[in-house]
Design a protein around this ligand. Structure first.
Ligand SMILES: NC(=O)c1ccc[n+]([C@@H]2O[C@H](COP(=O)([O-])OP(=O)(O)OC[C@H]3O[C@@H](n4cnc5c(N)ncnc54)[C@H](OP(=O)(O)O)[C@@H]3O)[C@@H](O)[C@H]2O)c1
Length: 263
């Protein structure tokens, strides 16, 4: 029987995942269901993506077998109070920051199959990162099926619980950090006369290409940087300026700030 996926919450992250699944052709719209309190907004999104909107959490639970908890962390406790008793025998994957296996455990009844995962917004185009906490209550066969399903959204990695925080900081928050870089380099390009839309295209494709090259070759980033910097050339002048401006320290401080904010 084909899988029926129920989204608990249909905001930014849920929409990105639904679009990713549909784009990859892994699921059909008729396999997707969602519930969110603002019904008008939900129905508008349902028309765009083709999923079935549900009028209550109870209706959603009856419609599907695999659920994605995609609401804000502060909303989960109340939602579990309503649905925990209906989850045994079903699979619940949760994407909410901080809601790991240990945090969920007291709320779930025996027989609920659960795993904490951390996607990022590029799942929408199949270029995401999906971290799966290695503690879970899934059956081995369904764990493998779920990993296979989510591979259409991007790179899938399993991480020990203790590393989910830093992993999520890099891949979950990372798109916002990279977006700042895209905007900053595009501003610089506009300053020297490139039309803005072309500036975004060139900067984004350069970031994408550099990242793909690193993944494809496995080369150390320093080696790839050295290959672009000819001795006495102009690129090294830009690298020198970035070092003097403290780019590396700024990146480390950004990650420190997120990690400290998690506690
Ligand atoms: N955004 C990211 O890049 C990212 C990355 C990784 C993980 N996450 C995680 O994804 C989760 C959602 O983030 P988001 O950015 O998608 O937030 P969002 O856009 O604000 O979406 C939250 C969704 O939850 C729904 N909701 C609120 N109360 C609910 C309830 N009682 N029952 C069911 N649904 C309810 C909201 O519905 P209404 O609009 O109708 O109120 C909305 O559809 C967060 O826990 C976050 O930690 C996000």
């Amino acid at each position: 029987m084909e899988q029926r996926i129920g989204f608990i919450g249909m905001g930014n992250m849920a929409t990105a995942m639904a679009q990713g699944f549909l784009r990859a052709g892994k699921v059909r719209p008729s396999q997707l269901y969602a519930y969110a309190p603002h019904q008008e907004k939900l129905r508008t999104r349902a028309k765009e993506l083709g999923f079935t909107p549900c009028r209550s959490l109870a209706e959603l639970i009856d419609c599907a077998d695999l659920f994605l908890m995609c609401c804000k962390p502060g909303q989960i406790e109340g939602i579990l109070g309503e649905i925990a008793s209906r989850l045994p025998g079903k699979v619940l994957l949760s994407v909410a920051a901080g809601w790991s296996y240990d945090v969920y455990r007291p709320y779930l009844l025996p027989g609920t199959r659960f795993q904490f995962i951390m996607p990022n917004t590029p799942v929408m185009t199949g270029d995401g990162v999906l971290l799966f906490e290695d503690r879970h209550t899934l059956m081995e066969e369904e764990r493998l099926q779920i990993l296979e399903l989510f591979r259409c959204l991007g790179m899938v990695r399993e991480l020990p619980s203790a590393l989910m925080g830093i992993g999520s900081t890099i891949s979950g928050c990372g798109p916002a950090f990279v977006d700042l870089l895209l905007e900053a380099f595009a501003d610089a390009a506009v300053k020297y006369g490139l039309p803005r839309s072309l500036a975004y295209e060139l900067v984004s494709q350069t970031v994408l290409g550099s990242a793909r090259l690193q993944l494809a070759t496995g080369k150390h980033p320093a080696q790839l940087k050295d290959e672009v910097c000819s001795p006495g050339g102009t690129t090294i002048l830009g690298v020198d300026a970035l070092e003097k401006a403290g780019l590396r320290a700024a990146c480390l401080q950004a990650v420190d700030a997120v990690m400290q904010g998690r506690h």
